[in-house]
Design a protein around this ligand. Structure first.
Ligand code: ZN
Length: 460
């Protein structure tokens, strides 16, 4: 039995314009057998089904290359690493993966998660146990002393339940890659930024060039792609010279980095939604504000946009991702904001941004040859949108406009179920207060009194 989809407008991901009066034909296996004018389309037979999406804009399912399934909308590093058992985190990850698909994201890459959480979610979905997006899974980040994810003091180390795996030598890195490959990851994630800076302020890479190259060579030898976290210039340069497939952030790249990235053919996943949300959403009572981070993040955002525009103009492919999984980027909420940022701040046309979020980003996914573009032989992963994102990409953030989501031809619908974040994530010990010296209390105009303390409403 075949399925025929009549599309009002069709954006295939392979070209910049929409086409009108088009039909998709899909076989039993969920593959497209025809993409073209309804006039010339094969005629549905008995038992075939026909879906009338004549009032919708049909396009490839959206792709987010940077969604951490195990983080659980974390507010702290401890939320990410410690407070929920691994088994709960895996179940929670599956629940949240479904939030992504409800937002029109048919493929996500989970680049760095504790244990084997994302590959277990991937398998459960691939085996048909649950509906969900196609997941491209990494294991734990390879990190080293002072690398991102080695965030506790040396006397604590990196606990087994962390998203990072501390490797302290080249041989340990190679060993970890082989373990992860045996476990079945699709890609290897490397924490390439350190947390130390040189006197001039430049971020120092966590691994050396030689170590980075050895890591990438071994991962590629085992048929795995490599994605690195690299905000800094040095880490971006090492990554490019080593031939990684994808660099996240690359905010401080310079001309030397651009040349190296062009030579290696690496893509950049800017992930600007995360800093943008931090700047716009943080309230004055929150730690990021109180610690004076908002100005820093805003300055970094502006520098990043300037540098990344140059990288785009130089022809470096850009992939869409959001760092969803933090409290400021909850699953299923802001994925499509990255597309809007590509248009507003990186100079993409709406069509180029949509192609970035589909065809280009699909290039990193495990099912790269199957998804991202609607053409015969590919999987029928598509969404039906009310309104044209070519006129306004922002409408993709309106979940009520994502009318239908299909994966391999099958319509997926996830019941809209809410959750209480205090139950599913917030177990970190951030229970108490800021510092209240007598001076500070005086400044705030608080008058500690001798009268009997009345219980305030909020405490009852
Ligand atoms: Zn990330």
């Amino acid at each position: 039995m075949a399925t025929y989809v009549r599309c009002g407008e069709l954006f295939t991901g392979a070209e910049d314009r929409e086409r009108r009066s088009q039909t998709l034909a899909i076989d039993d296996a969920g593959r497209l057998t025809y993409v073209g004018a309804t006039d010339g389309a094969p005629v549905p037979g008995r038992g075939d089904s026909v879906l009338d999406y004549g009032e919708y804009f049909v396009m490839p399912g959206l792709q987010d290359v940077h969604t951490h399934l195990a983080y659980g909308n974390a507010k702290t590093e401890e939320d990410i690493d410690l407070y929920q058992p691994m088994e709960f985190r895996a179940i929670r990850a599956l629940f949240f993966a479904q939030k992504c698909i409800a937002a029109g994201y048919t493929s996500i890459c989970a680049p760095g998660d504790a244990g084997q959480i994302s590959l277990s979610v991937r398998n459960a979905i691939n085996y048909g146990l649950f509906d969900g997006p196609r997941v491209t899974a990494a294991g734990r980040y390879l990190t080293t002393r002072q690398g991102l994810t080695d965030w506790y003091p040396t006397w604590i180390g990196v606990p087994d339940t962390s998203i990072g795996r501390l490797v302290t030598s080249r041989d340990e890195a190679i060993e970890e890659i082989r373990v992860q490959a045996k476990n079945g990851v699709d890609c290897i994630k490397v924490a390439l930024d350190g947390v130390q800076r040189r006197p001039d302020g430049e971020l120092i890479a966590a691994f050396t060039q030689e170590e980075t190259s050895a890591i990438v060579t071994e991962a590629h030898r085992l048929g795995r792609k490599v994605v690195v976290h690299a905000r800094g210039r040095e880490a971006t340069l090492y990554a490019a010279r080593a031939g990684v497939d994808l660099v996240f952030h690359a905010y401080y790249l310079d001309d030397e980095c651009i040349d190296a990235l062009l030579r290696s053919g690496s893509a950049i996943g800017p992930t600007l939604t995360f800093p943008r949300n931090i700047v716009e959403f943080t309230r004055p009572t929150e730690p990021a504000w109180l610690k004076g981070r908002i100005g820093d993040v805003q300055r970094e955002y502006e520098t990043a946009c300037e540098n990344l525009r140059r990288a785009r103009e130089a022809g470096i492919p850009m992939m869409t991702g959001t760092d969803s999984g933090f409290a400021v980027t909850p699953y299923g909420e802001w994925h499509a904001r990255e597309i809007e940022i590509f248009v507003d701040d990186l100079g993409f046309t709406p069509a180029a941004a949509l192609r970035a979020a589909t065809a280009v980003t699909a290039g990193f996914m495990a099912s790269a040859t199957l998804v991202g573009v609607l053409q015969p032989g590919r999987a029928a992963d598509f969404i039906a949108v009310q309104g044209s994102p070519l006129n306004d990409v922002a409408i993709l953030q309106d979940k009520t406009r994502i009318r239908h989501v299909h994966i391999a031809g099958k319509r997926v619908s996830v019941p809209p179920r809410g959750y209480d974040p205090r139950q599913v994530t917030d177990l970190a010990w951030t229970n108490w207060n800021d510092l209240y010296t007598q001076e500070r209390v005086g400044e705030l105009g608080i008058k500690p009194g001798r009268r009997r303390l009345a219980v305030r409403d909020s405490e009852m």
